[in-house]
Ligand binder design. Sequence first.
Ligand SMILES: [Zn+2]
Length: 438
Amino acid sequence: MTQTGTGDRVVRVVDATLPSGDRTDLWLAGGRFVAPAGHADETVDASGLIALPGLVDLHTHLREPGFEQSETVLTGTRAAAAGGFTAVFAMANTLPVQDTAGVVEQVQSLGERSGYATVRPIGAVTVGLAGERLAEIGAMATSRAEVRVFSDDGYCVHDPLLMRRALEYVKTFGGVIAQHAQDPRLTEDAQMHEGEVSARLGLAGWPAVAEESIIARDVLLAEHVGARLHICHVSTAGSVDVIRWAKARGIAVTAEATPHHLLLTHELAETYDARYKVNPPLRRAEDVEALRAGLVDGTIDIIATDHAPHPTEHKECAWAEAANGMVGLESALSVVQAAMVDTGLLGWQDVARVMSAAPARIGGLRGYGRAFGIGEPAQLTLVDPSVKRDFATSDLRGRSVNSPYLGRELPGRVEHVWHAGVRTVAGGGLVETLGSVD
Ligand SMILES: [Zn+2]
């Protein structure tokens, strides 16, 4: 991992509030938490700030190689750092697709040069995301990138035999298949959630059952094979019920919800503002409530951003022509605070679990999501939960600005971040000098 050398400085973080609510000083040096050293090269006043383990995003679209007009590994990891993340898992729908050892190693190398966050490539399940034959899963797993998460995200692995074979393959080395659950036949031409709003607007609907039926099939396949399954961006109340049933049965399934599905609803399509167009679509308020309840009772394991940058011309157009997806790295923690913490549903210890420890565990990422013990890697995010801010394009540090929160008041702000002991955010601003020149 490329470091700038600043990791050797002794930093004292004074009076930070731990997720438990206890207050303490934290000492960092040489990329790790260290015992109180007496002398500090730098002192950071953290009174009033919550100290979280560096956040880990299991679902990020970094767009490089192939779609650098939307995002690059460098700009995407800058957005990640600004949002408090120290590691991201990069989805496979690049061009070329991340379906060979060569491409995942390329993305791994780009991440190592960025300096802003650890990048773990996700491998494609099928060649070219085409859903026809398995990609080089074994070669990606044994490559220098050591891929453990495989996904055709953007597309559902729809063929049940192919899904079975993929689960059997990753079982041999403890990998996981992350399924984008969307029956393609039930969602042909779909533009938004199928319901009274889609009927009123005359837009083709994306019915909840198209997600729920795939999840039901796949948890049964995972049980049959005895392999690990992860469900991407769960969006409906029925999906939460199916996953809750599967977990009660002992099936090795984990699941994620996105920040936007925890806060926003399908009525926003009435604006015809394509910043609200996303896949799976924004759903009903009842679905939002069910996802929140699923996080509280552990049915939903993690929050993942599905950060999906798009150039302006792909969003400032008619709804039906617009691309699906929202940027989400920079706003995620604030949206989670609004939807889950300020509502009293989760505490900061839970946030540390669902945004750091659990995604690191699911993705097989060691050294992340840990308590701040002496000798542990210094992945640290300090957030000020008392701030209220109007979210603006100046808060976006990636290459694209397709955020649904622009102009909205959001709580909380990431003030300081250390990635492997290296400062990436200081005083609420990105440290500009890391990484390769873009
Ligand atoms: Zn997806």
